[in-house]
Design a protein around this ligand. Sequence first.
Ligand SMILES: NC(=O)c1ccc[n+]([C@@H]2O[C@H](COP(=O)([O-])OP(=O)(O)OC[C@H]3O[C@@H](n4cnc5c(N)ncnc54)[C@H](O)[C@@H]3O)[C@@H](O)[C@H]2O)c1
Length: 508
Amino acid sequence: MTAQHKPWRVTTAAPAQAPVAVIGAGVMGAGIAQVAAQAGHPVQLMDVREGAAQAAIDKIGQALAALVTKGRMADEERTAVMARLHPAASVAELADAALVVEVIIEQLAPKRALLKELDELLPADALIASNTSSISITALANGMTTPQRLVGMHFFNPVPLMKLVEVVWGAETDPAAAEAIEVLARRWNKTPVHAKSTPGFIVNRIARPYYAESLQVLQEQGATPAVLDRALRGAGFRMGPCELMDLIGHDTNALVTQSVFEANFGDKRFQPSLVQRALVDGGRLGRKVGKGFYDGVPETAAPVAVPDTAAPLVTLSGQGPMVDRLAGWLTHRGLTVATMPEADWQGLWVDGLALHLTDGRCAAELAHQRRQPALAVMDWPLAPDRAEGLAVAFGPKVTEAQQATVRHLFQHLGWELLVLRDIPGLVVARTIAMLINEAADAVWQGVCDAPAADTAMKLGVNYPAGPFEWLAQLGAAPVVQLLEGLFTSYRSERYRVSPLLKHRLWAD
Ligand SMILES: NC(=O)c1ccc[n+]([C@@H]2O[C@H](COP(=O)([O-])OP(=O)(O)OC[C@H]3O[C@@H](n4cnc5c(N)ncnc54)[C@H](O)[C@@H]3O)[C@@H](O)[C@H]2O)c1
């Protein structure tokens, strides 16, 4: 790769002297034009659909006027921002731009043709960015005379609100060009993270298991969508996977899944789900059509009423960060707990029932292996101080009375008991372990570094913590054990453990 030593005009000139052009005046293009104009750049907006650019500028005007009404923007600023926005009728009119952001339809051929045209038109100190969410920057640059100046600048929807920008490097991207886009993103009040151009970049890749694991549980009839959503909200996620897929739209979500799967040559890790296919085929596309997993917005569960009877006796078994967290939750609720730190399993001992923290084995399997009929498994306690709901699966020989004891304990703790079919890894544990595993592979393969993965997941999809932050809290051992458990249960390469996690485990 030849480094470009000439400085890029978009970051060396003052914003007022660094014109920006945005091609594609759809949802994303309009948002990017707004953000650039708010940062002080004169902005040209162009679209092949006649009148689309002006219509988008008018819409930005309405959005800014609403901000003025709410007192969040001064009227003079709105006037100044609007004066910087201009529609353009053709690509030729954009020849003075210091940066052109391509935001057109998500298809390789038209994007490539446009980028080639821009490369021929623009002076050597102008940068070109693409907001593609799934096409390789390396592939887009193929055909340009100066592919070094093409950088992925992946914004998130809605652009004015979402802080994250993935700065995506194609194989030919000049490091100085990527750095200039990073500097620019910061000036535009965004948080940039660097990513190598690989399928899904950072967010759309690492987020796949958040949907895929719940879809797998649904396929196995392990739980209902409402139970899955309550379990993951209980772990601190703002929305559960099923309600989130309803919001995104199953067609859109299925397309991203399919694209990442195909781009990885059919790697089972990214295999799409028959459950989602059935929703798409049946037109249950989610909230936009009023039906998906839910026929509307899901109801939130009523808070659990704490009974005035005495709480059951609880003994904490084993040691480790998750046992410590359970201890914190129990004492926070005023329960007296005994401990048996030397035990060879982690979890709670409640009135003769062993409630194991899941390690990826089913309750039936553990009960059989340990010759312990009164055995159940519980999900990972991830939320720092409380859980709205926590999943449990009972072994086949657990009695009604023992189940009632567990329910009673959960009521005392204010948790909703979410009883699942006895599937390996329950809900939170398998989802979190797979998110960590995917992030670990992304870092192992040089797509991004660990802090970038954490930032991207917290800002791009609002996760309560980053995958490496979870890994630091839990340690590598339970994550690897959980994944090995799933791998053994399913005999599927989908659950293969990332080399990075193995190395973390060996180093611990
Ligand atoms: N919608 C999202 O949530 C999202 C998020 C991140 C990235 N993206 C990416 O942003 C890009 C645009 O997505 P969108 O959701 O804004 O789409 P959109 O359909 O709302 O807008 C695309 C616009 O591009 C115009 N267009 C198509 N071909 C053109 C051409 N050759 N020259 C000029 N204009 C042309 C269309 O007329 C349309 O107005 C895609 O690459 C998409 O993958 C979308």
